[in-house]
Write a protein that binds this ligand. Structure first.
Ligand SMILES: Cc1ncc(COP(=O)(O)O)c(C=O)c1O
Length: 366
């Protein structure tokens, strides 16, 4: 993120505003595409990070085979925008969601959902393929890697037919709990080895498993190289955030998105208050290694975004903040996906300072 440009393009705007450095984003897109190409595996980026049809288009142009999404709304918006291969990595439980899925199916050439429940799998409309979700360490959803998954998938195939079973999927989100590089490596290994070994067991049991799909930005490099993995689904890599920087999976210079905010109060030498809060920047610090800040203030590593209320961010410094009312700061949010979701538009700028308001057209949670 070019700090000078970020502040310059927002100079006449009300804050808080999200800005994007397109040169950095393009570098991230090209880097991940090259990594997947070198490893000869498919890249299916998770579009929940950007929620933008314009960015999705760039990912597909850069070599992605399709998109991963989390919500039906994202699937609908990206399908409308021309994406024809979409994996919904979230179970569409409940009748209203299943009927929305049935409406969507004819609009997408290759549509699939991830499930971990046989009854739900049998209710998924024909025309929609199925991934089986495996828990490789996050302990969110999915059957445990190994025998429990093999048994479950045999039942799935008996219930829906082998041709609708696309493969195994997992999300190695436990990498975010890593405290250091060895722990991050271990999470990557659990994710990739856990899934690849389970796929091998399935095949040995006579079940065809075409896809072995792992996903998450911190272990993406290791996952791409892992024998047996067929596709990676990183999301955050496109923009980066302070969590990735703290984890060591991205550098601060790789972060393409920042929140620009204005100092509205400077009530004590070591405390200032910005005009942004949990309504405009993420309050979910998913990487504990980031510590007690909600973001990294560019050019001011001494500042800590210590507290958020809805429209206030309290910034502290060990000595003096040096900030006065009216000053502007730009910071990399702790979690970029949830920050983006709070903004209907972001301001993109290129290296010549040209700006475009880009809609975050798949934002929301439906
Ligand atoms: C199922 C699934 N796949 C892929 C991703 C992308 O992970 P990351 O944001 O670490 O790149 C996520 C993120 O939450 C996810 O939930």
């Amino acid at each position: 993120m070019d700090l000078e440009q970020a502040l310059a393009v927002a100079a006449d705007l009300e804050t808080p505003v999200v800005v994007r450095d397109d040169a950095v984003m393009e570098r991230n897109l090209a880097g991940m595409a090259a990594l997947a190409k070198k490893a000869d595996i498919r890249l299916r980026p998770h579009a929940k990070t950007h929620k933008s049809t314009a960015v999705a288009r760039r990912q597909l142009e850069a070599g992605a085979v399709g998109l991963t999404v989390a919500t039906l709304q994202e699937a609908e918006v990206f399908a409308d925008g021309g994406a024809d291969a979409i994996v919904i990595a979230h179970p569409p439980a409940s009748r209203p969601k299943l009927s929305r899925l049935a409406h969507l199916a004819p609009m997408v050439r290759r549509l699939a959902v991830a499930v971990d429940d046989i009854d739900l799998a049998t209710a998924v409309p024909v025309g929609v393929d199925l991934f089986w979700e495996v828990d490789t360490g996050l302990h969110r959803i999915g059957t445990a890697a190994g025998e429990p998954t093999v048994e479950a998938v045999k039942k799935l195939v008996a219930a829906v037919g082998a041709e609708r079973f696309r493969g195994l999927i997992t999300h190695g989100g436990h990498a975010y709990r890593s405290q250091d590089q060895p722990q991050r490596h271990q999470a990557a290994e659990e994710e990739s080895a856990g899934l690849a070994e389970t796929a091998a067991m399935l095949r040995a049991a006579g079940v065809e498993c075409r896809e072995v799909s792992v996903g998450s930005t911190p272990p993406a490099g290791a996952a791409a190289e892992w024998p047996g993995v067929t596709e990676v689904r990183p999301g955050t890599y496109v923009y980066g955030d302070a969590g990735q920087v703290a984890l060591g999976s991205m550098a601060i210079d790789d972060c393409a998105v920042a929140v620009v905010a204005t100092v509205v109060s400077s009530p004590a030498p070591d405390r200032a208050v910005l005009d942004c809060g949990s309504k405009s920047t993420a309050s979910d610090r998913i990487a504990p290694v980031l510590g007690d800040t909600f973001g990294m203030v560019l050019g001011r590593p001494d500042l800590v975004i210590a507290r958020l209320s809805e429209e206030h961010a309290v910034v502290t410094a060990p000595e003096a903040t040096g900030l006065k009312v009216g000053d502007r700061v730009a910071f990399i949010p702790c979690h970029v996906c949830t920050t983006i979701n709070l903004h209907p538009y972001l301001l993109a700028f290129d290296d010549r300072g040209h700006t475009t308001w880009e809609p975050v057209d798949a934002r929301g949670w439906r």
